[in-house]
Design a protein around this ligand. Structure first.
Ligand SMILES: Cc1cc2nc3c(=O)[nH]c(=O)nc-3n(C[C@H](O)[C@H](O)[C@H](O)COP(=O)(O)OP(=O)(O)OC[C@H]3O[C@@H](n4cnc5c(N)ncnc54)[C@H](O)[C@@H]3O)c2cc1C
Length: 481
């Protein structure tokens, strides 16, 4: 435990006694994020309230050679905020202020601990909103969204977080505070913003974000359709895009998930359907009726066994609730779920679904499936009991096979949840040594002492278990290091 008395005194002077936590019962709250296969206690939890406090904590951490792992709400699904090498868990959740909403320039400036949803709520009176909408938006923070380059159902049409971040206030690992970007897109200088968005806290700490807001659509139409087979549902998704329509969202859930949701919500879902598809269209009043008709025809051509359109906003919210509660509802089947995040070309959807099912059978595991189907982003969720170590081994092996499958099908490891500690060892499936070296150079130039969220994203000998910490998953998979 790195709890040097001098260090603690200095940290308390910066943020106040109440905001430095060292008792085991306090630390345990921060031992992982929503990916619970990898856990590790931080040595110290520090909760700053301002950019200057973040800077001072970083300076002190550097003085003592202790690492810093930034943390927002801890809803990450790749172990990004887990202090796998110990050190300080730097929790930004006190920094929740919406600093300004500028309806003329359609921009909001917020502290990074503000939740995703609170930004759209603040923009609502101006008819604007922040487009990236992770299903965790009620809790996940803008800092976490930026660091993970978060997506969400509506990112199919509007793009990921990176398309909506205009600027950042960012504390570098030498303690300097830099402002990158601003209220307009900077297209001239080196794209540091592009490097930082999605860097998972491995380059430094963001404290404020300038975000692009977009106008709410004039009209929205939401369809819920059922299918007898997963294949016909997948085909309908491809056919809608082939018609030249980019829906705001296209989300799919399988029969197992659908039944778990119905058990929870009792909203009258068709329990017999092999797959449920939600298609949302938005845009000007004029034109949306045409797209609605085309989508309906495509779905019917693919032998849908039931179709309904939201009649009003209340109905629409109900339909979306079915999708948004799906991971939580699966907790009724097993207490733990390992959510994967592989991406495949949309045309391979049916094949991937079949092979994922076979991987589940082979390892005698229950695998539920939720998909951002429009962009081929799969979220197979392997259900298990965390205390059953033998089962956990099978979960890890099946998870790796699913990721290998995604890569074999021409896809990649992550669509939105990031690499973190969870997929770090799979990085060589996609990147060669030269690619990884280029990433290491970037990391080293921002963080030469390797104190920013170490042992994450980029596989290195240290990340593969030389930190002296027990890395349960890494030990199991160490032969791939
Ligand atoms: C039920 C559920 C549904 C989800 N749905 C989606 C979804 O639809 N789309 C999606 O993309 N994700 C989804 N996620 C994953 C997760 O919510 C996102 O990755 C989210 O962006 C994480 O935000 P957070 O505040 O919880 O960050 P954390 O989990 O606390 O941290 C995530 C990463 O960001 C880094 N970080 C946090 N704050 C900062 C900062 N200020 N500066 C630098 N680095 C920082 C951390 O070090 C870590 O690497 C879901 C998660 C759950 C549990």
């Amino acid at each position: 435990m790195n709890q040097n008395a001098d260090l603690l005194r200095k940290l308390k002077t910066i943020v106040g006694d109440d905001y430095v936590l060292t008792d085991k019962e306090d630390l345990i709250v921060y031992e992982c994020d929503a990916e619970t296969l990898d856990t590790a206690l931080p040595d110290i939890v520090v909760l700053p309230a301002t950019t200057e406090q973040v800077r001072d904590v970083i300076v002190v951490a550097r003085e003592y050679g202790i690492s810093i792992t930034p943390r927002g709400a801890g809803t990450g699904l790749s172990g990004g905020a887990t202090t796998i090498s110990g050190g300080i868990s730097l929790v930004l959740s006190r920094m929740t202020k919406i600093l300004s909403v500028d309806p003329t320039d359609s921009v909001a400036v917020v502290q990074v601990g503000a939740t995703n949803l609170s930004v759209s709520q603040a923009a609502l009176p101006y008819g604007l909103y922040f487009a990236p909408d992770p299903s965790s938006q009620i809790a996940s923070t803008i800092g976490g969204n930026v660091a993970e380059n978060a997506g969400g159902p509506h990112c199919l049409k509007y793009g990921m977080t990176t398309a909506h971040v205009l600027g950042l206030k960012f504390v570098m690992m030498d303690g300097s505070i830099v402002k990158i970007g601003g209220k307009t897109r900077d297209l001239l200088s080196l794209d540091l913003l592009g490097a930082i968005v999605g860097s998972e806290g491995t380059l430094g700490v963001a404290t404020e974000a300038t975000l692009r807001l977009i106008p709410r659509a004039q009209a929205v139409e939401t369809m819920l359709a059922y299918f007898e087979t997963v294949e016909s549902c997948g085909q309908a998704v491809s056919d809608i895009v082939a018609e030249g329509i980019i829906p705001a969202a296209m989300e799919m859930i399988d029969n197992l998930t659908l039944n778990a949701v119905e058990d929870y919500l009792h909203m009258g879902l068709n329990r017999e359907a092999a797959a449920l598809l939600i298609v949302e269209l938005d845009g000007p009043e004029i034109g949306i009726a045409v797209h609605r008709k085309i989508c309906e025809e495509v779905v019917q051509k693919n032998r849908s066994i039931g179709l309904t359109w939201a009649t009003d906003d209340v109905h629409r919210t109900k339909i979306w609730k079915a999708r948004k509660v799906s991971f939580g509802a699966l907790g009724r089947i097993r207490p733990n779920g390992y959510v994967l995040d592989g991406v495949i070309p949309r045309s391979k959807l049916a094949q991937a679904i079949k092979q994922i099912h076979e991987i589940g059978l082979k390892h005698q595991l229950i695998v539920a499936n939720v998909y951002h189907a429009g962009d081929g982003n799969l979220h197979p969720c392997i259900l298990y009991h965390r205390d059953n170590h033998e089962e956990v081994n099978r979960v890890v092996a099946a998870g790796r096979e699913i990721l290998e499958l995604c890569v074999e099908l021409g896809g990649t490891l992550s669509g939105e949840h990031g690499i973190g500690v969870e997929k770090m060892l799979e990085m060589p499936l996609v990147f060669n040594e030269a690619d990884l070296l280029a990433m290491r150079w970037l990391k080293e130039s921002f963080d030469p002492d390797e104190l920013a969220n170490p042992a994450k994203m980029i596989p290195t000998p240290r990340a593969c278990g030389e930190s002296g910490r027990p890395l349960s998953r890494h030990q199991m998979m160490s032969s791939t290091c």
